[in-house]
Design a protein around this ligand. Structure first.
Ligand SMILES: C[S@@+](CC[C@H](N)C(=O)[O-])C[C@H]1O[C@@H](n2cnc3c(N)ncnc32)[C@H](O)[C@@H]1O
Length: 403
């Protein structure tokens, strides 16, 4: 049978299994594409707001990304993946497993295995999994209105609870890159109501058994008061919240600096503090990108992309990419290895990009290669600014890199 017919047969089986409700999951493996660190994709059927959807879990080396698609679109995507970069795909149903595999000389094989134990399909979106932050017996989760007294997560707090856990999971894998002696002090800039600050403290102290000091910095007095009250009633002795701006916050020592959705240039202020304190790990989820957006808008520069930026949404996305791209370059300038990735599904929030810097240089005098790299980065930033007609980037200015 030709490859085309085999693909078609697989697609028909997939669609039939979904419509006849025997579908359990699809796993895509043996990835040969260009996306770094992508390992597998798993697909389940879920119900979201009463509609059936296919939920894709993109499993990377150190994180998972979730995306949901309408059924037809999801089927098309699976077929696209298995026709291209994933060389093996297994369809699990209640009756059998169907395996489509790329062999030597581009030949496709399709085989089936009957299953001996019957598994019933489930549509539970939030299938219980072992969470790093367990909900039971956590007074801070009760006081933050995430759980009731029995540790049951409130219906309207499910998203928040999931986000907290995803965020701690990501941080836990990043923290593993730091030596233990480098996790003594954590500062959360723009800590807000402290959901993530409390969860991180809980994880560091109660799961990793570290004695880390954690500080939230927040300019809203009511939130600082609320959070300090909860820290005290939870007996979190090494957690405190400081009232004031990120700009004005002074500290000598920071091992891990985080800033999640600190508005606009507050993210730059936070990165600046992290760089100046020589933090081992800097993790920011930028929020709005108004400063660079305004610069691009007022610029009279025309380039090949001008036709795009007449649309507000593209201008916004471009401002986001340029702002965060330059932030990543600046982190590299100061000896950080950088990563930029989505950390929660864009179904929850479009502000879902994390910019991560992991300090790799050990300090001391710069080598010739490091000096050269710094020069190249400065040039790249200058070129980017000129191309988009940007007068200044807030973080660059804070660090005097534009001089
Ligand atoms: C969108 S909230 C995010 C809160 C928290 N990080 C989270 O992710 O749940 C941003 C918070 O940062 C605070 N904030 C913004 N700019 C700040 C600044 N320059 N200094 C201190 N706090 C700031 C705001 O008051 C707000 O509480």
């Amino acid at each position: 049978m030709s490859n085309q017919l085999l693909f078609q047969q697989f697609q028909n089986q997939l669609a039939d299994s979904i419509s006849s409700n025997v579908f359990l999951k699809v796993s895509l493996g043996n990835y040969q594409g260009n996306e770094k660190e992508l390992k597998n994709i798993y697909v389940r059927k879920v119900k979201i707001k009463r509609a059936d959807m296919l939920s894709f879990t993109y499993r990377y080396k150190t994180r998972d990304i979730f995306k949901n698609f309408p059924i037809a679109e999801g089927i098309a995507l699976i077929c696209h993946f298995v026709s291209n970069d994933f060389k093996i795909c297994t369809l699990f149903t209640t009756e059998k497993e169907t395996i489509l595999e790329h062999g030597k000389k581009e030949q496709i094989s399709l085989r089936e295995k009957l299953v001996s134990t019957v598994v019933q399909p489930t549509l539970a979106h939030n299938k219980e999994k072992k969470r790093l932050i367990q909900p039971v017996g956590k007074s801070y989760l009760q006081e933050l209105r995430i759980t009731d007294q029995d540790g049951q997560v409130f219906k309207n707090a499910q998203d928040k609870y999931r986000q907290i856990n995803q965020y701690v999971e990501i941080l836990s894998s990043l923290i593993k890159e730091l030596p233990e002696a480098r996790i003594k002090s954590v500062v959360d800039m723009g800590s807000g109501k402290g959901y993530l600050t409390f969860a991180l403290y809980d994880y560091l102290h109660n799961v990793l058994k570290l004695d880390t000091k954690v500080t939230g910095v927040e300019f809203r007095e009511d939130l600082v008061k609320l959070c300090n009250g909860i820290a005290s009633s939870s007996s979190f002795k090494k957690l405190d919240f400081v009232e004031g701006t990120i700009e004005a916050y002074t500290v000598d020592h920071i091992d891990l600096l985080i800033a999640l959705h600190a508005c606009d240039t507050a993210t730059d202020d936070a990165i600046y503090k992290g760089i100046k304190a020589n933090a081992g790990l800097i993790v920011v989820a930028p929020c709005c990108h108004k400063q660079i957006r305004r610069e691009i808008e007022k610029s009279k520069v025309k380039n090949e992309l001008t036709f795009l930026t007449k649309y507000g949404i593209f201008l916004e996305r471009q401002a986001e990419m340029v702002t965060d791209g330059i932030r990543a370059l600046i982190l590299e300038y100061y000896g950080y290895k950088t990563k930029v990735f989505e950390f929660i599904s864009d179904a929850h929030t479009p502000k879902n990009v994390l910019v991560v810097g992991i300090k790799t240089s050990t300090g001391g005098a710069l080598t010739k290669a490091q000096e050269l790299k710094r020069l190249e980065i400065k040039e790249k930033i200058a070129e980017t600014k000129a191309y988009f007609g940007i007068g200044y980037h807030h973080l660059e200015r804070l660090l005097d890199l534009d001089k």
